[in-house]
Design a protein around this ligand. Sequence first.
Ligand code: NAD
Length: 260
Amino acid sequence: SLTGKVALVTGSTSGIGLGIARSLAQAGASVVLNGFGDAAEIERVRGELAAIAGGRVRYHAADVSQAAAVAELVEFCETEFGSLDILVNNAGIQHVAPIESFPEERWSAIIALNLSAVFHGMKFALPAMKRRRWGRVINIASAHGLVGSAGKIAYVAAKHGVIGATKVAAIECANEGITVNAICPGWVLTPLVEAQIAARAAANGTSVAAESAALLAEKQPMLAFTTPEKIGAFCVFLCSDAADTMTGDALSIDGGWIAQ
Ligand code: NAD
């Protein structure tokens, strides 16, 4: 049980982050939600998670692509709940275009959020974890942290970087009671992927159902989406004592994507 532990999940107002936050709350942790969205909807989700278990739930709107905002967010966890034991660096964005027409502004935004925010989160959260001699850092990378795909130059570069950063942090923390791992999901049906499916349907004049099937068939031997709940359950396992010697790894949950 994660009773008494405090978890921060960046980008947890939607998709995978919300699934992880829900799983950690179900396991008893107090949770700090983060991300963008409609204020009333975020408050509804916060209330839903707070009602699940003994843990408390707060929300902070930090833009984690900014280093100072990450520092403030980590500080918020410490002041609200007295510690930060579990850091899940999850917030991420995507942009799909060939290299020659990939906007430089999108490159910078993706590196800032998908890669630099992971560094900043660890930089600001690890000192207190080291003092308490217990911590779990889970960086949400991707199958695209291990292999490439056309059109995703910034995302693939950032996610490969996340896996490198995970290894360094794991080595630095190896004898501090802290594990650091990356999770590498394949396709998960979230707004991030729904936008890609809708763009393909519009470009090809096909249906969303046809493009969902095509998207899976291109990359995953297993023709089914992983769900945010399954990523959440994986995180709860990584926070358990059973996983306390698993560190520095890039752990796939991808329907066979990188087995090919
Ligand atoms: P999503 O779009 O559903 O959710 C992204 C979350 O990040 C939202 O809560 C959003 O508000 C938040 N966010 C965006 N910009 C932010 C910022 N600057 N500061 C703070 N929060 C911000 O996407 P998702 O599919 O759930 O993706 C979550 C993570 O999982 C990402 O890192 C993504 O790369 C990774 N991932 C997704 C898939 C997939 O198939 N969906 C596969 C592998 C990895």
